[in-house]
Design a protein around this ligand. Structure first.
Ligand code: SAH
Ligand code: SF4
Ligand code: F3S
Length: 431
């Protein structure tokens, strides 16, 4: 295609944005755009943004600054801003950066092709009545043997610090039959592992199905070997979902279950609606169903009003649970959220607490990895490694694993005995 137009997409933020970027690329494919990995020769640049912390949203403006010379050289280059900053700031983005041609929110990006042709408004941050998924072209398997599948969007939880309920809107679940069709289609295109996505994925309730029921049905698809899901909220972990971890071998032994803090006082101020103890008891039940499950979480340190004792409670909870991975964040006040009204802690306090929690998590992550040495795990090869004959894939527990396996190809799901643990990955031999 000599006359194909080139689309460069940069994705910030969570996996939901990764999924949305793929679908926007597919939608723009209908307009003759092909994806390029170089902004320099793009006809259109799309920044798919994240609003979750101040640093994340300021990245948009520094990247726009960097794009300015390109736009000056090629005034026909279109610049679009999508995602959660688009939703939160809307027309303000064009006011601040007139070089931006289009602003489109996460619920209206099916209209992007029209907007690019000048057939729609330059700013669209509606929560439209129609379902964007009904207006998007069929999926392509873009990333090899693994794929994301958004099953639920939005959040009704309103944690006091979080912008997601405002940028993504209310909780909406997609119809299960549509999802089964999309999943079958992905599998036909070579996908062997699907990660179900939702801001509160375990609150899924499409046509009154639970997430557990949806996963049971997905597990019946021949050729689909692995199912993951993220992100879950502790209050939505029902018995059926917990039991499924012990019953369905295609459900992988990894669970991201954010708790944010180990202090009941802070959990209350965060509007999390559960105690630290309730979370720990929940973890016990999950481990009873699947003893080798690898757990991960998100933590926010230095939430307004957090005392040293509150912080110690977080450290104690981390010690008690023992995580295989976790994301740790310093609290960032977000405009429009209730917590942003409260006085912040001094920056150094947050930095020190963040460092302590990070160090502890790194220790736990290393220990979890080292405990894999000698064990046999499933590995799905995702790409060739750096050395000849080497493959890289993910284990059942989501560890990156390097294996020398010259006859293998991407997409093979093999058994591997882990022989070594390095900083961020494992190495093993095929059995
Ligand atoms: N829906 C998911 C993920 C939300 S965003 C959930 O409920 O867990 C991912 C993580 O970003 C959150 O879990 C939280 O730890 C962090 N986060 C959200 N808002 C934040 C803020 N204002 N400051 C710092 N971290 C924040
Ligand atoms: Fe944000 Fe809380 Fe909803 Fe997660 S559950 S998206 S942290 S409001
Ligand atoms: Fe960021 Fe929006 Fe995801 S704020 S974390 S891109 S839902």
């Amino acid at each position: 295609m000599a006359d194909a137009k080139k689309l460069f997409i940069k994705t910030y933020g969570c996996q939901m944005n990764v999924y949305d970027s793929e679908r926007m690329a597919e939608a723009m494919g209908g307009q003759g755009y092909v994806v390029t990995d170089r902004a320099e020769d793009a006809d259109m640049v799309l920044l798919n943004t994240c609003h979750i912390r101040e640093k994340a949203s300021e990245k948009l403006y520094s990247d726009l600054g960097r794009l300015r010379p390109l736009k000056r050289k090629n005034p026909d280059m279109k610049i679009g801003v999508a995602g959660c900053v688009a939703q939160a700031e809307g027309a303000e983005i064009i006011r601040r950066m007139p070089m931006v041609d289009l602003v489109v929110g996460p619920q209206s990006y099916h209209r992007l092709p029209d907007m690019v042709q000048g057939k729609g408004p330059a700013v669209d941050t509606d929560f439209p009545p129609e379902d964007k998924f009904d207006h998007l072209p069929q999926r392509k398997a873009l990333r090899g043997p693994t794929a994301f599948l958004t099953v639920q969007e939005g959040c009704d939880k309103f944690c006091a610090f979080c912008v997601v309920p405002y940028t993504r809107g209310a909780e909406v679940s997609r119809a299960p039959q549509r999802l089964l069709t999309e999943a079958r289609d992905l599998v036909e295109r070579g996908v062997r592992e699907i990660t179900l996505l939702g801001q509160n994925v375990n609150a899924y309730h499409g046509d009154d199905w639970t997430l557990a029921r949806l996963m049971r049905e997905l597990a019946r698809i021949d050729g689909l070997e692995r199912i993951r899901y993220t992100t879950s909220h502790p209050n939505d972990m029902d018995d059926a979902l917990i039991a499924l971890h012990g019953e369905e071998p295609k459900v992988m032994p990894y669970l991201h279950l954010p708790v944010q803090s180990g202090s009941d006082r802070i959990l209350k101020a965060m509007n999390r609606k559960h105690t630290a103890d309730a979370y720990v008891r929940l973890i016990e039940r999950i481990r009873a169903a699947r003893p080798d499950i690898l757990l991960s979480s998100d933590f926010i340190v230095a939430f307004p009003g957090e005392t040293e004792a509150d912080h110690r409670a977080t450290v104690d909870l981390i010690r008690e649970v023992g995580y295989g991975a976790a994301f740790t964040f310093k609290y960032s006040a977000r405009p429009g959220t209730p917590a942003a009204e409260k006085p912040e802690l001094p920056g150094e306090v947050g930095d020190a607490r963040l460092q302590e929690v990070r160090d502890l998590i790194i220790d736990q992550q290393r220990a979890t990895q080292e405990a894999m040495v000698g064990r046999e795990v499933g590995v799905l090869y995702e790409k060739p490694g750096r050395w000849a004959g080497q493959m890289v894939g993910k284990s059942d527990h989501l560890h990156a694993v390097h294996v020398t396996d010259p006859a293998a190809k991407v997409g093979d799901l093999v058994r591997v005995r882990i022989t070594e643990s390095t900083a961020n990955s494992l190495a093993g031999v095929r059995v």
